[in-house]
Design a protein around this ligand. Structure first.
Ligand code: F0G
Length: 488
């Protein structure tokens, strides 16, 4: 029998593995690629921090997939029918109903974005001395837990930090480590265990359904709640469907429902999940819901909009429904795999297996001559922008915070993340990025380090400014002109 409608069934005569799009593009946006000399000015002006670049100086914006995934015609149409009222809007009811249908949780609290959920959850559940185990931290998650007096403990599997691996679920939790941690701190000091889908900071690596089940069993025995960060759930669903034998015949919606049943609280950034801009928390725990709801008017807005525009809420509702489609969730991971393979052909060290969110390059190997105290991933991100106009994001020591004594916290991994917002870039654009980065790899010894000139104390990677430790960028421009002539 032929199952209907999955892109995975489409084979090429050439047997080439091409990520074929199951959508067409009907609205386009013009791009600009400034010459390298202009890019040099722009990156110096931005203090070598790609967060501080103006998008007009960027060719392919691979900074993030947050709030910049392409929306569908149905999402845009839904935005036209939003019900704008401060309290009790129809739009809220529609979104609540959609979420209830997908996750099966009784209550929904809307927020303006993912970190707002983290604020509300942390203020409600974390206190001085709390310990929060998780598969891996995310920057804003950790900041909120720490701000409320808690501490983050990561219980990732050993394979998680292995750059080149064939482990299908590097985002899994290590059950033994979790057990020991509970023994050490006592379950009364653990307000919740947090599981992050599509583990962001280790390269968008997924968690398996069976691992989530095991964590649930342990937490049941210990009477500990589980908070699930579903921001990167879409990619994770694709990996469960394609890599977890038992889930092969399940639909995306069925897998989602099984995951949700294991969780006490689910929160998400709708800048990622749902392809719009917003966020929310779902739970069936009435007590926690009521406590969290008290905070909503303080930080977000009334409980039927939570800081979001009703148009975005309509778009999220449709975006969430559309995410329950295999042809939708496969686009990101398949493009990412294509990009990783293009880079690997030229020996560029990438995180494997390729995960979700984006393609991750290992700066520790790429620029192994730059010490971690000179921010190898940060230097590589600046260099990639300079030679290609492609804007990536540093995910390494620059994204960490100094300890109380002012010492650097050296990151476990030094990654350059090239996010692939879903359905935004074409394959030729992905090829261009991979081609330029492969050239850079051949010329990697020209790249040098960075040092801070302005360094904020909290989340310094957002606004911090840096300068190069030598004139390596000017040399790189020279080599580019030598090899590419007057090419942009
Ligand atoms: N959790 C995860 C796993 C995330 O990736 C993010 C955001 C958040 C929470 C916070 O959500 O931005 O809506 O407040 N990640 C973005 C990124 C910023 O670029 O990876 P938010």
């Amino acid at each position: 029998m032929v199952a209907n409608g999955s892109q995975n069934q489409i084979k090429f005569y050439s047997e080439e593995d091409v990520p074929l799009e199951m959508h067409k593009v009907r609205i386009v946006q013009k791009l600009n690629l400034p010459p390298i000399e202009k890019r040099l000015e722009a990156i110096i002006e931005a203090g070598n921090n790609t967060f501080l670049l103006n998008n007009r100086d960027v060719f392919l914006d691979m900074l993030t997939d947050s709030g910049v995934n392409a929306m569908s015609d149905r999402q845009q149409a839904a935005m036209m029918m939003a019900d704008d009222s401060y309290a009790g809007s129809e739009t809220f009811t529609r979104l609540e109903k959609t979420l209830n249908g997908i996750f099966g949780k009784e209550f929904f609290l809307p927020t303006h974005q993912g970190r707002a959920c983290e604020n509300i959850i942390s203020v409600t559940m974390v206190e001085e001395g709390s310990v929060v185990p998780m598969n891996y931290h995310f920057t804003t998650t950790k900041a909120h837990i720490v701000a409320n007096g808690g501490k983050v403990e990561e219980v990732y599997i050993d394979e998680a930090l292995n750059i080149e691996s064939s482990h299908p679920f590097k985002g899994n939790m290590d059950l033994e480590k979790l057990k020991n941690l509970i023994k050490e701190h006592g379950s009364e000091n653990i307000p919740f265990v947090r599981i992050e889908a599509g583990t962001n900071l280790i390269g968008g690596q997924p968690v398996s359904l069976s691992n989530m089940r095991e964590v649930r069993e342990l937490c049941n025995q210990e009477n500990i709640k589980i908070v699930f960060d579903a921001s990167l759930l879409a990619d994770n669903l694709y990996f469960i469907k394609t890599r977890e034998e038992k889930c092969r015949d399940m639909s995306i919606a069925e897998i989602t429902q099984e995951i949700a049943d294991l969780m006490d609280i689910i929160y998400f950034s709708a800048r990622k999940l749902g392809n719009a801009r917003g966020g929310g928390i779902c739970t069936s725990d009435r007590d926690i819901f009521l406590k969290m709801r008290e905070l909503l008017p303080l930080y977000e807005g009334f409980s039927t909009y939570g800081g979001m525009s009703v148009r975005e809420m309509e778009a999220i509702a449709v975006g969430l429904e559309e995410t329950m489609d295999e042809n939708m969730v496969n686009q990101g991971p398949q493009f990412i795999k294509f990009m990783a393979e293009e880079l690997k052909k030229n020996d560029v060290p990438v995180v494997t297996p390729p995960g979700g969110l984006g393609c991750h390059i290992d700066a520790m190997q790429f620029v192994d001559h730059i010490p971690q105290t000179e921010y190898p991933a940060g230097a590589l991100v600046a260099a990639v922008y300079l030679i290609s106009g492609v804007r990536g994001m540093e995910r390494g020591t620059m994204s960490e915070q100094r300890d109380e004594d002012g010492n650097e916290t050296l990151s476990n991994m030094e990654l350059l993340r090239l996010a692939l917002p879903r359905r935004v870039f074409t394959l030729s654009q992905v090829k261009y990025a991979a081609d330029r980065i492969s050239w850079l790899y051949k010329n990697r010894k020209l790249i040098g380090g960075l040092e801070f000139t302005e360094e904020p104390e909290v989340l310094r990677f957002f606004f911090g400014k840096l300068k190069t430790t030598s004139n390596w960028q000017q040399k790189l421009v020279g080599k580019f002109r030598e090899d590419f002539g007057d090419s942009l």
